[in-house]
Design a protein around this ligand. Structure first.
Ligand code: PEP
Length: 255
């Protein structure tokens, strides 16, 4: 059976309980637009409340610590996120790679720890503008995939349910700039080839999301690019009005 498009909102460091009304409205839209799998990654402080108040959508976190527990002040383990109601966790977002110096070697254990706790994991990759201009985009992204994706015993089965890749060119995040549909298709095909190299046949079913300035106005075009299985949406996921526009575009995609 074909997978439903997956549309995930990343609220970043936005949102207090006053935004629960947006989550409820997104949940109601998801009930109507059943052709699409919808999820939100709010700040960790809202995971439990969204889980309770918006029962149909997936709920996830934006990061986790690699360790199960211990003396790591301010950090949250994957098992704690699961306990709070999370279904998944995003790891390796470019803002964390930049703000917290997270290298692939830091991201990969986080992804493993998410799987060990029973969470799905969205692993983010993407090149900077300088890397793209130097013709290095595909090489950089292939290296991030090899270094950040979980491998080994934890990923023996149900790989496509547990692992999602988000391709987010750093220069497209929050800038209003997007790659051409051809460039998105080319990168997604390259990512697919790498996933098959890493996971064998199972890599063919892993969803690859596009992220970077997705809006209701450009969602249909971006979601139609080759190998795009959904979107990771930042700014435009903060209101139900704009996020539901993107979900509706995804619902229309397959007719
Ligand atoms: C993101 O941060 O994951 C993102 C895609 O942001 P935006 O949609 O705002 O570009």
């Amino acid at each position: 059976m074909a997978q439903r498009p997956y549309i995930v909102g990343n609220w970043k460091m936005h949102g207090t309980r006053s935004m629960l009304a947006e989550a409820r409205a997104i949940d109601r839209a998801a009930e109507r637009l059943i052709k699409v799998e919808v999820a939100l990654a709010p700040p960790a402080t809202l995971i439990h409340a969204i889980r309770k108040e918006a029962g149909l959508i997936g709920v996830g976190a934006q990061d986790c610590h690699a360790a199960e527990g211990g003396a790591h002040t301010g950090d949250i383990s994957a098992a704690m996120l699961k306990d709070a109601g999370a279904d998944f966790v995003i790891v390796g977002h470019s803002e964390r790679r930049a703000d917290h110096c997270e290298s692939d070697a830091i991201v990969q254990p986080k992804a493993r720890s998410a799987l060990a706790a029973g969470l799905a994991v969205i692993v983010c990759v993407g090149e900077t503008e300088q890397q793209r201009n130097a013709g290095e985009a595909e090489r950089v992204v292939a290296g991030q995939l090899a270094g950040s994706l979980p491998q080994g015993d934890l990923v023996a089965d149900k790989i496509a349910e547990k692992i999602i890749v988000a391709y987010e060119p750093v220069w497209a995040i929050g800038t209003g700039r997007v790659p051409t549909v051809e460039d998105i298709g080319a990168m997604h095909r390259a990512i697919r080839a790498k996933l098959v190299e890493i996971y064998g046949e199972a890599g063919a079913a892993i969803r690859i999301l596009y992220g970077g300035s997705v809006k209701p106005e450009n969602a249909a075009e971006l979601l139609a690019a080759d190998e795009v299985g959904g979107a990771l949406v930042g700014g435009a996921s903060l209101t139900a009005e704009s996020f539901v526009g993107i979900i509706a575009a995804a619902a229309d995609r397959d007719g």
